[in-house]
Design a protein around this ligand. Sequence first.
Ligand SMILES: Nc1nc2c(ncn2[C@@H]2O[C@H](COP(=O)(O)OP(=O)(O)OP(=O)(O)O)[C@@H](O)[C@H]2O)c(=O)[nH]1
Ligand SMILES: [Mg+2]
Ligand SMILES: [Zn+2]
Length: 291
Amino acid sequence: MLEGRVIRSHSNVHYVDVGTEVLECRPRGRLRYQKERVLTGDLVRVSRAGPGLGVIDEVLPRRNALVRPPVANVDQAVLVFALREPDIDLLLLDRLLVLVAMEGLCAVVCFNKADLAGEGETRGLARVYEAAADRLLVTSARTGQGVEELRGTLAGRISVFAGPSGAGKSSLLNALNPELGLRTGAVSRKVRRGVHTTRHVALVSTGDGGLVADTPGFTHLELEGLDPVDLSWLYPEMRALCGSCRFSGCLHRAEPGCRVKEAVEEGTIDRGRYDRYLTLLSEIEETARPW
Ligand SMILES: Nc1nc2c(ncn2[C@@H]2O[C@H](COP(=O)(O)OP(=O)(O)OP(=O)(O)O)[C@@H](O)[C@H]2O)c(=O)[nH]1
Ligand SMILES: [Mg+2]
Ligand SMILES: [Zn+2]
């Protein structure tokens, strides 16, 4: 019996990379009746069923499974934002960081198009997001800056890329593995949307055992179902201080004796991050109270 990873699924046909080749597999009868279907990213046991063909006998236990995009065993989300062109949308970045934390994934922030930005500006942003993410990278798909560091971060892991259209996600993947030949530039958006609506997720190889979900990633951006009190726990810079505020359940807005606000005044928590936290907090409060 072989073990492998589902790298692409198409209704009930799953392409399983068993190391030496990719087998086209169907689940064994009894698996089809189980509630959980086979997902891209799953580790499975397969038996050969002919040249290039296999049968999935067993899905090995999953570490996690995302709903949108439907991928199992994801290690990290890589949030790619261009420093310029398009202008960086930090509220979107912070929103994605909260979503990633809600999913319990590691967050890698990748500031791309470093060739277009000033060094001072880049350094300032990098300092803020080093504290907000598990890993911070500054890259340029054009000059190759930071691409080897990105390679190291992706190696041996399953990653989901997310970020605005035009940030350079496909360009970075092409820089890592030119064989991918992913479409870049203005037209790629439509193509990717098509991929998304058919719900076929493929894992593409970075060439070093790294796998990246080739989808628009996190298309669902509402922070629904989140309790306002829990929001600050999803901010690494605030988490350590949350318990030290005078009132338990402090939202760090106007409460007296708030350690988080003190840290903002002292400059140890970035004011921009804090202001955007307040924006997301109000949004969550509004959706939680529909009247
Ligand atoms: N100057 C510069 N341009 C870049 C860089 N990376 C990507 N670009 C350009 O930015 C444009 C968009 O890049 P894509 O890789 O298609 O962006 P994407 O994030 O995949 O966009 P979608 O697929 O629409 O989500 C292309 O014209 C790229 O050539 C970079 O590091 N520097
Ligand atoms: Mg793209
Ligand atoms: Zn507080």
